[in-house]
Design a protein around this ligand. Structure first.
Ligand code: ADP
Ligand code: MG
Length: 226
């Protein structure tokens, strides 16, 4: 088991009001799985991803990631876990606009204090894996949306993370670029990367091997795709 959430509740404090967002969420993934969490806007998908990605803590419940109890972790430990075990892909790519594709992909390796030569080698390899060896010196504004997302995916995998988390990865893309991103996730999953993808789009969710539904902060298993 790579991750297990039990009895997770998340509330936000909005002035004097308490806003319940996640309600008794139970969810686990085996290593090597490819799962989609699908639900409408406002259902709690990003809130759940932020907890699984160690960007935020639950209000209540237990969360174990790769054998480690996250509820008892400090901010520093959570940031180490993010750096070493998790790759993030966002709807809006989150690339540094003035930096080349290569420099963007090297970013996490700077934080991990990887030596310069190795940084470059690994970033070039990751860009190769996403089919962008011919675009390494291009800046984001010289790339298409689909290419920008592929750079972001290269950045997400450059640290060889155990878990790839993607929040609406095709939400800003046309359908052809979206299909390329889905092909890439399939390839990475075939290579052994555990993938958790969040989407409101049933066609995108259908690419995963297992789909989980979330509605008003309540999670239900939908079943395994054929
Ligand atoms: P989704 O990603 O499924 O669209 P979110 O997880 O972003 O949904 O949000 C779920 C609910 O939590 C929404 O009703 C939203 O208003 C609320 N919410 C999210 N973040 C905060 C916050 N920081 N403070 C208060 N409420 C929040
Ligand atoms: Mg969201």
């Amino acid at each position: 088991m790579i991750l297990e959430l039990k009895g997770i509740y998340k509330e936000y404090q909005q002035g004097k009001m308490t806003v319940p967002v996640l309600k008794d969420v139970n969810f686990s993934m085996e290593e090597g799985e490819y799962v989609a969490i699908m639900g409408p806007s406002g259902s709690g998908k990003t809130t759940l991803m932020n907890i699984i990605g160690c960007l935020d803590q639950a209000t209540e419940g237990s969360f174990v990631l790769d054998g480690q109890d996250i509820r008892s972790c400090s901010e520093n430990t959570m940031s180490d876990i993010r750096l070493n075990k998790i790759g993030f892909v966002f709807q809006s790519f989150h690339l540094l606009p003035r930096q080349s594709a290569l420099a963007n992909v090297e970013m996490p390796l700077n934080y991990a204090k990887v030596p310069r030569k190795e940084r470059k080698e690994r970033a070039l390899k990751a860009l190769g894996r996403v089919g962008l060896s011919d675009r390494v010196d291009f800046r984001p504004n010289q790339l298409s949306g689909g290419q920008m997302q592929r750079v972001a995916i290269a950045r997400a995998i450059v640290n060889n993370p155990k878990l790839l988390l993607a929040d609406e990865p095709t939400g800003a893309l046309d359908s052809r670029s979206g299909a390329q991103v889905m092909e890439l996730f399939q390839k990475l999953n075939d290579e052994g990367v555990t993938v958790l993808m969040i989407t409101h789009d049933p066609e995108i969710a259908a690419h995963a091997k297992r789909v989980v539904l979330i509605r008003d902060g309540v999670l239900t298993e939908k079943g395994v795709n054929p």
